[in-house]
Structure formats: structure tokens, C-alpha cells
Design a protein around this ligand. Structure first.
Ligand SMILES: Cc1ncc(COP(=O)(O)O)c(C=O)c1O
Length: 471
């Protein structure tokens, strides 16, 4: 243990040095060929190496090449910097190294608390056992949709787990084209068939058109199909749009559909006073996916599936062989009965630490700060003649494009905006990513860093202009 004690103290210093210096280094830089060879080509050593050597290697070959999301001018995809409290306790979770499948030890008990806190933060109902931590929202979505699938089958008098889906009317799910790809992946994985995921049109603000949803459900019913689930978004990845959740809840209730909300990125946006009205109806969902490893900054990976009726998830997943029977498990049983994972990491510790460190007011401040900056960026863009705002700013995502030349053809603007993200990234001073929105190539920023300032937004727009000139 002496070696671990010494090396552990050094690792703590390296970690703090790294985090302290993030803002002074390039946001991102490509991995040079020599380092790539080290990262990808090394051989497994025949004999074990000293802990201190491993730290030196990590310092030299790993830490200098981050993804960039620790930096206050990282605006790409939906990736946050790590919360220091989460970083602090990660090694403790590893030192304990439990499986949080279930049982009477700290991990599963703390997970119950953390899930309850998360539900409470976003105002989602929390019956005992009403959720579990997952690797991310993709896995949370699989859990929620598998639960919905089994509930639909049971309601119709059959059992999808026992019989499979063949010979049954197609189960149909509804999302908008702005819905995250994880919804499609989950539907495909669950054997629903990509063709049975209907794309509901959106309005001018990229929110689900509820009248169209109603019409599509009626059409599917007429054709003998079985509508079973509608998935709304509380914060789309393209523009941060929040679907009209209360309207969707009404439709779901009137047709007996499962109502799922993808709040992976945006559910916490409900804590911002300005954004809160957009979230009306989220609390009516049957299931909600929410990622602590996004806005909260819990170190990757930690997602969460929240369920209005936990027994429904148990009905979809519980399979307890004799070697796993636990007479003392209590009414809720094991977490492993509510999802596909058996051995489950101790995700609760870093989530508990992050939430405790921030406190409720700290979470709210973080959400308000980042959402406020996204609105400011929207205003800066609207005031600038060479930029165009492409969607209202609801959460901390701003969708826009660069329009430097008056009279440019749509195709030219598309080409420019498609090329810009990589060009900006290569300059190393800011990082943003692109997308297609409303049939146009767009730029988008997602602000999640508590240290991002208005000045960083000024730098970002200037970086886009400079990158465009050099193209
Ligand atoms: C809106 C939204 N939904 C779902 C996901 C998938 O979450 P995860 O990457 O944690 O699996 C993401 C990821 O960025 C997202 O932004």
C-alpha cells in the first residue's frame, strides 16, 4: 500500500494541475502522429510496471490530448466539464469497487437517495424505487422503451418477453425529426423496426406539432397498427427546443400511449425561471431520461431513468436465477431487476458528491448562468449583420449560422457553415460543432461550463469570422 499512498498523492497533484491549467491551454488539438503511435501501438508489457511510471506516462501522453470539454470555450455537442466533487470521489468508488446490482451495502442505498434527489430537482414524481442510474441516456432510453413495450403487450393480453414480437400488429412510436438518435437506436434494438418510428412534423420553433401527432396516431390505428409510445424532448440536441409536453401528455392519455420524455440534456432547464413554463407537462410522463453527466457535470458516465411506476420496469426486466436470490432484498428487490445490467458500477457516489457540492441553489445557479449566456449569445447573433439566429433559445443551446456575404446562394452558405466547425476547432481557441436544422447547415453551441463568460462568446464569434476568412 505504500506505493499506492505515494502515487495517489502525486496523482492528486497531477489532477489539480491539469484542471487548474485547462483554460490556458488550447481547447483542443489533434493528437500528433508520434503520440498516436504510442496510444494505439504499444505492446502489453511482459512484466508489470511501477505505479509511478504509469502516472508519468499518463501525464506525458494522455493528459495533453483532451477532448476539450473541460475548457470554458468548449461549446460542442452536449459535453460538460467535470465537477470537482465528482472527480474527487471517483477513486474512492474504485477503491470500494462494489457491484451495485443490489444488496445491503453503501452503493445501492446511496443510489436510492441520488435518484430521489434527481427526480425532486426536476419535479418528477418519485414513488419508492422509481428509477435507476445507467451508463447514460441511451441506456436509460432502452430501459424506458422496453418497459413501455412490455406494458403495451400486457395491456393487449400478451407477453413480449415470452413471445417476442412476431405475428403481432406493429408497435408504433412517435418522435420528431429533432428527437435524439438514441430513441431510434433503442427502438431498433427492441425489435420495433425503424419503419415503425414515425417522424412527427415540428413547428417553426422545432417543437412537436401535436395536431399532426394526433392525426398520425389515428391513421395508424385505422391501418391496424398499435401506437404504443410517444417520446417528447425536453431539450433537443440541435436547438435545445422543448416539445409541448402538456399537449403531448393529453394525446398520450387519450390514446392510452406511454409518454416518454428525453430530458437527457435539458430536463434540468426547468430550474431556470424563464424556461420553466416550457416544461409544463414533463411531470405527467411515464418515464424520463435525464443525464447527470451532462448539465450537472458528473464525470462520464452517469445517466438516469426515472419511472412513474417502477413495477412496470421490473416487469420488463426482472429475471432472478437461484444464484442471485436475496431473501433480504426487501420489497424493491435489486436494481439489476429494473434494467439489463447485472454488475453495475458505483455511479451514485460521484453523483451524490456533485449534487451535495453544488446544493440545490448551486444547480439552479449553474442552469441560470448557462441558459442566460445562451440567450445573450442569441442576442449578439441577432445584432450582428453577419450571423443569423436559426431557432429561439429555450435552454443553453443556440443554433445559428454565419452569413458573411450578402446575396450568397443557399448552397454557398451551407458549404461554408458545414466547413466552419472543423476550421474553428483547428484554431484551438474555441470548439463548436455543426448540424442540419430545418434543411440548412447550421452551427450550434451548447453552454454547460460554469466558468464560461460573455467575453468567451465574443471570442467565439470572432473565431468563426477568422476561420471563415481563411477558408
Ligand atoms: C437530447 C439527448 N438525448 C439523448 C442523448 C444520449 O445520451 P447518452 O450519450 O448519455 O447516452 C443525448 C446525448 O448527447 C442528448 O443530448
Amino acid at each position: 500500500m505504500h506505493e499506492l499512498r505515494e502515487a495517489g498523492a502525486k496523482a492528486a497533484r497531477i489532477m489539480a494541475d491539469h484542471l487548474e491549467g485547462v483554460a490556458e491551454r488550447p481547447v483542443w488539438r489533434p493528437v500528433p502522429d508520434g503520440e498516436l503511435a504510442w496510444l494505439t501501438g504499444q505492446e502489453l508489457p511482459e512484466t508489470g510496471r511501477a505505479l509511478d511510471d504509469l502516472l508519468e506516462d499518463a501525464r506525458e501522453h494522455v493528459l495533453p490530448y483532451p477532448m476539450g470539454n473541460g475548457h470554458p470555450r468548449f461549446f460542442g455537442w452536449v459535453n460538460s466539464p467535470p465537477n470537482p466533487a465528482g472527480v474527487l470521489v471517483e477513486p474512492l468508488a474504485a477503491a470500494l469497487n462494489p457491484s451495485c446490482a443490489g444488496g445491503d451495502h453503501a452503493g445501492p442505498h446511496l443510489e436510492r437517495t441520488v435518484v430521489r434527489w434527481l427526480a425532486g430537482l426536476v419535479g418528477f414524481p418519485h414513488p419508492p424505487g422509481g428509477g435507476l442510474l445507467t451508463s447514460g441516456a441511451s441506456m436509460a432510453t432502452v430501459i424506458c422503451l422496453a418497459t413501455a413495450r412490455q406494458q403495451a403487450a400486457l395491456a393487449d393480453g400478451w407477453d413480449a418477453r415470452e413471445e417476442g414480437l412476431s405475428g403481432r400488429p406493429p408497435l408504433v412510436m412517435y418522435v420528431t425529426e429533432e428527437g435524439h438518435s438514441c430513441l431510434h437506436k433503442a427502438a431498433q434494438l427492441l425489435g420495433l423496426g425503424a419503419r415503425n418510428v414515425r417522424l412527427v412534423p415540428v413547428d417553426g420553433a422545432y417543437r412537436m406539432d401535436v395536431r399532426a401527432l394526433r392525426a398520425m396516431i389515428a391513421e395508424d390505428l385505422d391501418a391496424g397498427r398499435r401506437p404504443f409510445c410517444v417520446a417528447g424532448s425536453a431539450g433537443t440536441v440541435n436547438s435545445g427546443a422543448v416539445d409541448p409536453l402538456d399537449g403531448i401528455a393529453d394525446v398520450a392519455a387519450s390514446y392510452g400511449l406511454w409518454f416518454h420524455v428525453d430530458g437527457a440534456y435539458g430536463a434540468l432547464g426547468v430550474l431556470d425561471g424563464g424556461a420553466a413554463p416550457h416544461y409544463a407537462g414533463m411531470e405527467q410522463a411515464d418515464s424520463l431520461a435525464l443525464d447527470p453527466h451532462k448539465w450537472l457535470g458528473v464525470p462520464v458516465g452517469c445517466g438516469c431513468a426515472l419511472l412513474r411506476d417502477p413495477a412496470a420496469a421490473r416487469a420488463a426486466f426482472s429475471l432472478v436465477p437461484s444464484y442471485l436470490v436475496d431473501e433480504n432484498a426487501g420489497d424493491l428487490g435489486w436494481f439489476a431487476e429494473y434494467g439489463p445490467e447485472q454488475t453495475r458500477p458505483f455511479r451514485a457516489l460521484k453523483t451524490w458528491a456533485t449534487l451535495s457540492y453544488l446544493g440545490r441553489s448551486g444547480v439552479r445557479r449553474l442552469v441560470e448562468h448557462t441558459t442566460g449566456l445562451a440567450r445573450t449569445l442569441g442576442e449578439m447573433i441577432e445584432a450582428a449583420p453577419d450571423f443569423e439566429l436559426l431557432a429561439p433559445v429555450t435552454t443553453s443551446i443556440t443554433a445559428f449560422r454565419h452569413t458573411p456575404r450578402a446575396g450568397a446562394l443557399p448552397r454557398e452558405l451551407d458549404e461554408l457553415n458545414r466547413a466552419l466547425p472543423v476550421a474553428v476547432q483547428a484554431r484551438g481557441n474555441a470548439f463548436l460543432t455543426g448540424t442540419r436544422l430545418g434543411g440548412r447547415d447550421a452551427l450550434r453551441t451548447c453552454i454547460l461550463h460554469p466558468g464560461t463568460t460573455e467575453q468567451d462568446l465574443v471570442v467565439l464569434l470572432e473565431e468563426i469570422r477568422l476561420a471563415a476568412k481563411a477558408l
